[in-house]
Design a protein around this ligand. Structure first.
Ligand code: ZN
Length: 173
C-alpha cells in the first residue's frame, strides 16, 4: 500500500526511540508495557493537543487503527481498544503501531491504515508500515527484556502475539 516514502530509519534508530519513550515514563525494564495507559494518560502529557478516539466498527470498517499525526489524532476501533484493555496481543500491537506513526511520521499529510499483508514495494527502512511495526515491537518487547525468553514467555510477559514475539526474538540478533 505504501505509495509514500518515509525518512529512512533503521531498526536500531527505532529501538533507540522506543527506549526513550520507556525511559521517559520510568518503564525501562517493565515487561508488560501498559500501552492503553500510555495512550490515555502519557500521550496527552507528551503532546498537549493530542486526541484519541475509540470509533465504532460501523465507522472504521476493516481498519483497526488510524493515525493522523498532523491533526494530532489517533483513532482506534472500539473492539480493538477493548481487546487491548483485556491484554489481547494483537490489539495492543495495533495501538503501539499507531503511536509509532504518530511520532515517526508527524510532518506528513498522510493517514495510515493498519492493514495486514500489504505488499511492500519500498525498502523496509523507508516503508512507514515497516517503521510503525518495528516501533510497536521495540516498544512492547525490546531486546534487553526478551533476549533470554522463549516465544511463549515473550507472548505471556510482554502481551504480544506469537507472530510478533517470533519476529522480535529474531531481531534481537
Ligand atoms: Zn500503519
Amino acid at each position: 500500500m505504501s505509495e509514500y516514502e518515509a525518512s529512512p530509519l533503521s531498526r536500531s534508530d527505532i529501538r533507540e526511540i522506543a527506549n526513550l519513550f520507556r525511559r521517559s515514563c520510568n518503564l525501562t525494564d517493565t515487561k508488560f508495557f501498559p500501552i492503553v495507559h500510555f495512550l490515555e494518560l502519557v500521550m496527552p502529557k507528551l503532546d498537549e493537543q493530542f486526541v484519541w478516539l475509540s470509533v465504532p466498527k460501523s465507522e472504521m470498517g476493516s481498519k483497526h487503527g488510524l493515525a493522523y499525526p498532523d491533526d494530532k489524532l489517533i483513532k482506534i476501533r472500539e473492539d480493538v481498544y477493548e481487546g487491548a484493555e483485556q491484554g489481547n496481543g494483537r490489539d495492543r500491537f495495533t495501538i503501539a503501531h499507531e503511536i509509532g506513526h504518530y511520532f515517526l511520521h508527524k510532518k506528513e499529510r498522510v493517514s495510515f491504515a493498519r492493514r495486514m499483508g500489504a505488499a511492500e514495494k519500498l525498502p523496509a527502512f523507508r516503508d512507514p508500515e515497516w517503521q510503525a511495526d518495528a516501533f510497536a515491537g521495540e516498544l512492547l518487547a525490546p531486546p534487553h527484556i526478551i533476549k533470554d525468553m522463549s516465544v511463549f514467555e515473550v507472548m505471556r510477559f510482554c502481551g504480544i502475539s506469537q507472530q510478533a514475539a517470533r519476529k522480535q526474538l529474531k531481531s534481537c540478533g
